[in-house]
Design a protein around this ligand. Structure first.
Ligand code: HEM
Ligand SMILES: [Cu+2]
Length: 547
């Protein structure tokens, strides 16, 4: 393993730095330590998520009854757009890699930091600049964007709102994602500790690796597409707008060539986290390690070939539609491989249902509902009926929020003691997961039914016949609000007041559990040598003597 030179450089880099104080605001804002960068992302993302969740609750309040309730129609259009843009570009795409990838990837492979610490800091600041641009677009004349997060042509060329600035923000955010991806790929190739062969890497590392490649390869496509839309708005070049001789369907293709792989940027790291949590709480080596690792790569690859399933109603040829439908079904196979192996790992394990494990159980139910309804949408005949209805809104909330969002909390509850050296209140945590699960289904399950009955998405008003389903969903959003306050409040309180805990409270065996909590600068007293197979719990005894 070519750990040598980069590691040596890193060490001098940090030794020169240690004369500086590590306290105070600047030591955080300018830190190149991957752990601090991960924590800064966590802080920023927590704020964006809370804002977007409140926007969601406001939308639900508007939809509590037909007709105008608390806002005008144009405000509703801007709010659902903003909610979508923040949730997608500022929370769910960067979320797991930026927070937990940054904090735990180097630890899990026994490295002192990522390969390019300064570039890592740059990615963080590019992310913040992108977020600020979104905010600025809200207050400039023209007003908040109202196209929906997909920016479909021709409306996004014609709308008088600040589209150019908002999508330029997405362009900037793309750079952050690409740089993080490059950094992770290099880190995994070059910085693994002695003995850490490819098939000894923890599965979260495998998942992050597959994700990083998607970040690098797919993101430029959206970047170029966005630039073309800006050119079109500014100079009327006529690439997409039919009035200027352009092709609006071309926009949809380019948009989804990125945005479908982007759903794997969201879900692969989540699946990686699940593969960490299940063995730890079932006290059993992961079943089918290689199959899980390879299925991440398979999903990343097949994920490039299915984008047009978002466009079944756009007038493509039947041949194209049938091929894209078939390929979409194929993605279910590697995903099924993972679920099978997770279940096989738990089978005959001695399960300890601590909060991180409960989050994972909630994930398996919610994500399965999301995934299976994805097949309903992937089938041509049913999609014609369900396209652009609330069925889609229900489906993607189950996948993104029930899937990745739930695992964001699972990861937080799993790694919290490692990140802060403290423990949260377990009882409140259990209540939090339980209430979240109930709230989630109250909030989103009625949307499947409404959608099936014909309620279109992105509508401000609706017919009386949908009103009881909307009412249930809105009540669900209030329960969700309480659940989120419990879940996030418990964490925030415990960062400052939580009880101090041991360095390995769950009995994990991956390398991050072999060092102190929180880990010191450069992570390990000395770079560990890997002797065990991954998830070999027989090493727990010897680990007790390590610290
Ligand atoms: C408190 C939690 C949430 C509530 C109450 C909520 C509610 C809603 C509502 C009412 C809509 C509008 C549906 C329509 O008019 O078509 C919506 C759209 C959307 N939501 Fe959420 N949501 C929440 C969390 C999330 C999360 C965590 C994500 C992503 C991870 C997310 C992603 C989206 C997206 C992408 C849209 C589509 C926006 C568009 O049509 O352009 N939401 N949500
Ligand atoms: Cu897709």
């Amino acid at each position: 393993m070519a750990n040598g030179t980069i590691a040596a450089n890193l060490k001098t880099f940090y030794e020169e730095g240690t004369t500086k104080s590590n306290k105070g605001i600047w030591s955080w804002l300018l830190s190149t330590d991957h752990k601090r960068i991960g924590l800064m992302y966590l802080g920023a993302i927590a704020i964006f998520f809370s804002v977007a969740a409140i926007l969601g609750v406001l939308m639900r309040l508007e939809l509590i009854a037909p007709g105008e309730t608390i806002m005008e129609a144009q405000t509703y259009n801007s709010i659902f757009t903003l909610h979508g843009v923040i949730m997608i570009f500022l929370f769910i795409i960067p979320g797991l890699p930026a927070v937990f990838g940054n904090f735990f990837l180097p630890l899990q492979i026994g490295a002192m930091d990522v390969a390019f610490p300064r570039l890592n800091l740059l990615s963080f600041w590019i992310y913040i600049v992108g977020a600020i641009l979104v905010l600025v677009s809200l207050i400039l004349p023209g007003g908040p964007i109202d196209t929906g997060w997909t920016f479909y042509i021709p409306y996004s060329v014609r709308s008088g709102t600040n589209i150019s600035l908002a999508i330029f923000a997405a362009f900037v955010l793309g750079f952050s994602s690409i740089l993080t991806g490059l950094n992770f790929v290099t880190t995994i190739h070059r910085m693994r500790a002695p003995g850490m062969g490819w098939f000894k890497m923890p599965l979260f590392v495998w998942a992050t690796y597959a994700t990083a490649w998607i970040q690098i390869i797919a993101t430029p496509v959206i970047g170029i597409t966005i630039l073309l839309v800006i050119l079109e708005r500014m100079f009327g070049v006529g690439i997409f707008d039919p009035a200027l001789g352009g092709d609006p369907i071309l926009f949809q293709h380019l948009f989804w060539i990125y945005s479908h792989p982007a759903v794997y940027i969201m879900i692969l790291p989540a699946m990686g986290v699940v593969s960490e949590i299940i063995p730890t709480f079932a006290r059993r080596t992961i079943f089918g390690y290689r199959a899980i690792a390879m299925s991440s790569l398979a999903i990343a690859f097949v994920g490039y070939l299915v984008w047009a399933h978002h466009m079944f109603t756009s007038g493509m040829s039947d041949t194209a539609r049938i091929i894209f439908s078939l390929l979409t079904f194929i993605v279910a196979l590697p995903s099924g491989v993972k679920v099978f192996n997770w279940v096989a790992t738990m089978y005959k394990g001695s399960i300890d249902p601590k909060p991180p494990f409960l989050w994972v159980m909630s994930f398996i139910v919610l994500f399965s509902i999301g995934g299976l309804t994805g097949l309903v949408l992937g089938a041509l005949a049913t999609d014609i009926h369900l396209h652009d209805t609330y069925f889609v809104v229900a489906h993607f909330h189950y996948v993104m929020f029930g899937g990745t969002g739930t695992i964001f909390f699972a990861a937080l509850y799993y790694w919290f003691p490692k990140m802060f050296g403290r423990m949260y209140n377990i009882k409140v945590a259990n209540w939090g997961v339980g209430l979240f699960f109930v709230a989630f289904n109250l909030l989103y399950f009625p949307k499947f039914i409404m959608g099936y009955l014909g309620m279109p998405r992105r509508y401000y008003d609706y017919l009386q016949e949908f009103s009881s389903w909307h009412l249930i969903s809105t009540v669900g959003s209030w329960v969700m609000l309480i659940a989120l306050i419990l879940v996030i409040g418990n964490i925030v309180y415990s960062i400052f007041k939580g009880e101090k805990c041991s360095s390995n409270p769950w009995g994990g065996v991956t390398l991050e559990w072999h060092t102190q909590s929180p880990p010191p600068l450069l992570n390990f007293q000395e770079i560990p040598t890997v002797k065990h197979e991954p998830y070999d719990f027989s090493q727990l005894e010897e680990m007790k003597n390590e610290s």
